[in-house]
Design a binder for this molecule. Sequence first.
Ligand code: ZN
Length: 294
Amino acid sequence: MPEGLIVKAISGFYYVEHEGRVIQCKGRGVFRNRGISPLVGDLVTFHQEGDNDATITEVHDRKNELVRPPIANVDQSLLVFSIIEPDLSLHLLDRFLVIVESLGIEPIICLTKRDIAGEKQLAFADTAVSYYKKIGYDVLETHRDDSSLLASLQPYLSGKTSVLAGQSGVGKSTLLNTLLPELQLKTGEISEALGRGRHTTRHVELMKVAGGLVADTPGFSSLDFEHIEREELRNYFIEMDRLSSECKFRGCLHLKEPGCAVKQAVEEGEVLQQRYDNYLQFLQEITDRKPRYM
Ligand code: ZN
């Protein structure tokens, strides 16, 4: 039976791309019984009876899934942050990085508004950029209205499913309009749509850009650590994760344990103090959260 990718879902219909064509499919009740609801981004098997009668018969295993926006199998996220207006927040950036790392999504950090930043903000951004690059992240920097952005993003988009995310007011709508000119969203429009309930019924669509797929949404809005356990958090700070094999104790939480390689690296300036502080703060947040009731 043919397989395809769900690129759009509207009022009970799924639009499945298969060999260059988009086929409108119905879902099958059987999914609901198993608690599975097909999502945009799902690879599915479908059964076609006539020209206008196709049904999804199987949803293939997912590598991950986002709740808002509802998308499955996201490969990477463009984390959009500005250097100024609003100022770059490493706390928020690390929060996004932890979330995407925990979902197995590859982050690409995009810093905007370089051209209008003052000396102080630039110096801060440059220090941050060199650190995040050093630990292995891709960082792209752009001016406010930069037409070269698409060109610099292109090699990253090819063959992947990408979702935008980031601080509000940083130019996500501008970036999305540059990537998807047919979308023509008004600047500001989608920042309002970000998890405010007003546009929650708006459907999500995967659009073709530069040989890849980009979701036409400002990105995920849930930034809590509900799904992350206390002992798990350290894995999502990638440079600390690499160092942890040198800690004296297996399972070191890098708090007050003796012989902790992470704490030593922080003291020597190898690990950015702010990253470590954010780790401690997130750990506290997870420790303090109310137990979940099933
Ligand atoms: Zn340690």
